[in-house]
Ligand binder design. Structure first.
Ligand SMILES: Cc1cc2nc3c(=O)[nH]c(=O)nc-3n(C[C@H](O)[C@H](O)[C@H](O)COP(=O)(O)O)c2cc1C
Length: 214
């Protein structure tokens, strides 16, 4: 019962936040998350080319995307880690990994739109998804609930990922807007950076063969 209530509260409060943020202007994130302003990183110099695309509000998911990129580049790939808002073109890559943080049970709009807009190309290469969120920081058993955050993306785009990485994100109040901070406080979300970079790297290494990488 309490689980149902807490999930509903996330959705209701998060939905209210999304509306307030939209009213506040699209450029809000960069104000308190300066790392959001560096949308493209290149790693490694291997034969296979991998594109890692991310959606973020606070910058948390950039770190997750970069860890995936680091692991794959250490395994011999050339990896480009690019924000969905920078509209990367998936042509020419051997594999693509797409991930996002979550607001009210949803991936960020720009990354969802990017997958749909590039669906034809993405259906021609192996693709993996990943999600970074707080549900797994508070209750690691809720993997099915977190996996379902990508259902609308799969349904809308028709892109079928070979795997979906599920990771705990952060609640670093200084990285969120006042409204977001307030919502997380009302939800009594624990504060901290819950990203487990070892687990993120391990997932990237395990998923590499499914993506046709060494
Ligand atoms: C307004 C708001 C709504 C959120 N909604 C959810 C949610 O529905 N489920 C969840 O697991 N995490 C939720 N989170 C937690 C974020 O997904 C988490 O903090 C993540 O690390 C943020 O990464 P990003 O800023 O890179 O997107 C929410 C956070 C905020 C601020």
């Amino acid at each position: 019962m309490s689980e149902t209530i807490s999930r509903r509260r996330f959705l209701v409060l998060g939905g209210a936040a999304a509306g307030a943020i939209a009213l506040g202007g699209a450029g809000y994130a960069a104000t308190w998350a300066p790392e959001v302003g560096s949308p493209r990183t290149r790693m490694g110099a291997g034969m296979s080319k991998v594109l890692v695309v991310y959606g973020t509000g606070s910058g948390c998911t950039i770190g997750v995307a970069r860890q995936i990129g680091t692991t794959l580049s250490e395994r011999g790939a050339t990896v480009e880690v690019v924000a969905a808002t920078a509209a990367p073109v998936p042509a020419g890559y051997d594999a693509v990994i797409v991930g996002s943080g979550v607001r009210a049970g949803n991936w960020h709009g720009p990354v969802k739109s990017w997958v749909t807009a590039n669906a034809t190309a993405l259906k021609g290469v192996p693709v993996a998804f990943f999600t970074a969120c707080l549900t797994l920081a508070t209750d690691p058993s809720k993997r099915d609930e977190v996996r379902a955050y990508t259902d609308p993306v799969i349904k809308e785009s028709g892109v079928e990922p070979v795997d979906i990485g599920l990771f705990a994100g952060w609640n670093e109040p200084k990285k969120f807007s006042f409204i977001e901070r307030t919502i997380l406080k009302m939800m009594k979300s624990p504060e901290g950076d819950f990203r487990d970079f070892g687990a993120i790297g391990a997932w990237a290494a395990e998923t590499a063969p499914k993506l046709g990488l060494a």
